[in-house]
Design a protein around this ligand. Structure first.
Ligand code: ADP
Ligand code: MG
Length: 714
């Protein structure tokens, strides 16, 4: 007989074949466990009916009882909407629908008593509900406490799977005679550390919470459990790899490094740069492969750190490469690094997609013979034809454009993989970094070189254009350069391109006589390159562009960054854009333009930009507001998170607990890592018995399809 949780849902009372099929195709719910994990996405307080007169500020999800007086269709075509006037017998509230209008007007009638669930909101001074859930009022039904609301698809609704049906099925599942056999998924030692309820109690509270406290505990446990196994898996992987991967031993610091440092370096390193260099040095001399993420805000001086790490590589007789996400960036890095390297006799080359065949052949030869010490380039570096005499260090600039798969390809370039240094200017909050980049060690440059003037950030509306233009003129007269950036979002492409072109027209009119560069992602690379180069060389003074300039270009003479429709950018993206100015010693400005009427939360969000230039604060705020799914870097990170209940954005504290616990488990129970010899003799912070280890192994297998070698514990 199947284990209880593996039983197919068609055997559940209230489901049957047809509904089981539908649930499988709509929500991938197949087994009892899947159904248990189909958590309500919100809860309604069903202990009382609210009166419309009681509505105020921020309200939770509430229910109101009453009837519709009237339905009115308003507007035409795409902006058509349906307004229902609903009353509780005392006052009235508007109920708005913006979609599915025809069907709704067929379902609901005036005069029938309904219960409305939702969050009332205020629009133009009136209370309204937008697309609330509606049920016929059932006087027989006893008042309950919190009631879960499940997300239903349109198809489910059409085929009669309503909230009521799901609730009944769930009730039957929890009352199933074998429910008591549901296997525990979190070891007792861990549960008791945090006072978490057992698995059956947890599911009961999640689906039918008796009160808010029990619900909170149950949700915490499930969030923790989800994150704990994720962290455990990441840490196991990281440890296994760090034990396995042999690396080049860079035993000494020699002439290149010392001579450059004492005679050629153009500035004093910041304390943070020195610290990070020490961390890198320590890594590279262990004989194991370095895998390090170097985080540093825009302008913090990551390039010099990369270059000095390359000197350590050269001192030990090895070559280095630096890979950048775009040709322009690669070109800029090449300019910088070849000039620095030339002073101590290092040869640097540039290899990109547009390198000519003949040049390319020479470079291939130079790399193979070892004549070229440093190669800077784009993805072109990953081609098979590119072979090294002995690659010791690979630096990757701007992590988010390269996934884990590409890193792996870099490693295969030699018998012993090169050390890998990944640089990113996207400041990622700690809890997210350790989850996303759990397989990397992290160094942070948290200090800017001295003498930088902080960038002033203004929030301005269309009505302030006169003021903004005057400011731009004044900077142009002082010989400065200006960026003007427009959003370009895939779904909106046509519209966005139009507004970009209109913007360009306006700029040409307003600043007639000033040379303008124009760049967007749809352009031919050669044209883009030409326009960018013109700006980099100072031949054009204004750059009108979409976010293609977001990553890395360095034009220290640019002092104003105007961002149009700023409300459409995420904070981290705005921060990246802002980092394009303030690269010289001059005062600089970032001007966020929006239309006159923006919603209060949007204004609040943009306001954060005017208050801080600290990338970490910005990204924390961004993460809280938008969630990690939207954040730069998280999608391409190569780790598929499939979180059902936890939220990396808002559950930072739980992530931390999960991480700590996973570390304790691994340090005390090396068997979980699949380690054959026990090298750590620390007393365990969290001793686990054989049963607990079995739970961990079976959960890891189930969640990550990754089997653990159990021969070790029997
Ligand atoms: P990022 O970290 O954004 O890649 P860069 O490496 O491009 O930053 O550095 C930004 C600018 O700061 C460059 O012009 C660089 O030469 C300069 N710089 C780097 N480190 C220092 C320092 N310690 N003192 C002064 N200027 C520095
Ligand atoms: Mg850089």
């Amino acid at each position: 007989m199947d284990r209880f949780e593996d039983t197919e849902i068609k055997y559940l009372k209230g489901i049957g074949e047809a509904r089981a099929k539908l649930l499988a195709s709509e929500l991938q719910i197949v087994s009892f466990r899947d159904l248990l994990e189909y958590y309500p996405f919100r809860y309604v307080d069903r202990s009382k009916f609210y009166r419309i007169a009681e509505f105020q500020g921020e309200m939770p999800l509430i229910q109101v009882r009453g009837h519709f007086i009237n339905f009115i269709t308003e507007g035409e075509g795409r902006s058509q909407r349906l307004r229902g006037i609903f009353t509780d017998g005392e006052r009235m509230v508007d109920v708005m629908w913006f979609a599915g209008i025809k069907k709704i007007s067929e379902i609901y009638r005036t005069g029938v008593v309904y219960v409305l669930f939702g969050k009332p909101s205020i629009y133009s001074g009136n209370w309204q509900f937008v697309h609330p859930e509606i049920e016929k009022y059932d006087p027989e039904r006893p008042p309950t406490g919190l009631q879960g609301v499940y997300s239903l698809t349109e198809t489910m609704r059409k085929r009669g799977i309503t909230q009521r049906v799901v609730q009944t099925a769930m009730r039957n599942l929890l009352a199933h005679p074998r429910f008591g056999q549901l296997a525990e998924t979190l070891p007792e030692a861990i549960r008791s550390r945090y006072g978490f309820p057992g698995v059956q109690e947890t599911f009961r509270a999640l689906h039918f919470p008796e009160d808010a406290t029990l619900l909170r505990k149950a949700r915490e446990r499930m969030k923790f459990e989800e994150l704990f196994y994720l962290e455990l898996q990441i840490l196991r992987y990281a440890r296994k790899r760090s034990r396995q991967l042999q690396g080049h031993m860079f035993g000494h610091i020699g002439d290149y490094f010392n001579r450059y440092y004492s005679e050629c370096i153009p500035f004093e390193l910041t304390g943070a740069q020195k610290r990070v260099l020490r961390e890198i040095r320590a890594d590279m001399r262990t004989g194991r492969q370095m895998n390090r993420l170097l985080q540093g805000d825009v302008g913090s001086g990551k390039t010099m750190v990369a270059f000095m790490s390359m000197l350590m590589s050269a001192d030990n007789g090895f070559q280095s490469c630096l890979m950048a996400p775009t040709e322009i960036l690669a070109g800029q890095h090449y300019e910088t690094i070849s000039a620095w390297g030339a002073r101590i006799g290092l040869r640097t080359a540039l290899l990109t997609g547009s390198t000519r065949a003949k040049e390319r052949r020479l470079i291939h030869e130079g790399l193979l013979s070892g004549e070229i010490h440093i190669i800077v380039g784009t993805h072109a570096l990953l081609e098979e034809k590119v072979e090294f005499s002995n690659l010791g260090l690979a630096v990757i600039d701007e992590q988010h454009r390269f996934g884990v798969a590409q890193r792996a390809r870099m490693w295969s370039k030699g018998k012993i993989p090169p050390h890998v240094l990944v640089m990113t200017a996207t400041p990622i909050p700690r809890t997210l970094a350790m989850t996303l980049y759990g397989d990397l060690d992290v160094s942070v440059i948290d200090e800017l070189p001295p003498g930088r003037k902080p960038i002033e950030t203004w929030l301005r509306y269309d009505g302030n254009r006169g003021e903004v233009n005057r400011h731009i003129w004044q900077q142009l007269r002082e010989g400065r350069q200006i960026y003007i950036v427009y959003p370009l979002i895939k779904e909106n492409e046509k519209l966005d391109l139009r507004s970009l072109e209109e913007g360009l027209e306006r700029v040409r009119e307003t600043f007639s006589g000033v040379e303008v560069s124009f760049v967007h992602g749809k352009m031919k690379p050669a044209e883009k390159e030409y326009q960018m180069q013109k700006f980099v060389e100072g031949k054009s003074r204004i750059m009108v562009a979409t976010t293609v300039i977001e990553v890395g270009v360095n034009v220290p003479n640019a002092t104003v960054m105007v961002i149009e429709n700023a409300e459409r950018f995420g904070l981290s993206q705005l921060h990246q854009l802002r980092g394009r100015v303030g690269r010289g010693a001059d005062r600089s400005w970032c001007i966020l333009m929006t239309k006159e009427r923006i919603a209060a939360p949007t204004r609040k969000r943009l306001h954060i930009m005017t208050e801080t230039t600290d990338g970490f604060l910005v990204s924390e705020a961004d993460l809280k507001l938008r969630g990690p799914g939207d954040m730069e870097g998280t999608q391409q990170s190569g780790i598929a998170f499939n979180l059902r209940i936890a939220n990396l954005a808002t559950d930072g504290q739980i992530v931390q607990c999960a991480r700590d616990t996973a570390e304790d488990v691994l340090s005390g129970n090396p068997v979980i890592t699949g380690q054959t010899e026990v090298t750590e003799h620390r007393p365990s912070a969290l001793p686990l018995d054989v049963d607990s280890l079995r739970i961990l192994a079976s959960e890891l297998t189930r969640r990550f399809d990754h089997s653990v070698d159990w021969s070790l514990i029997s």
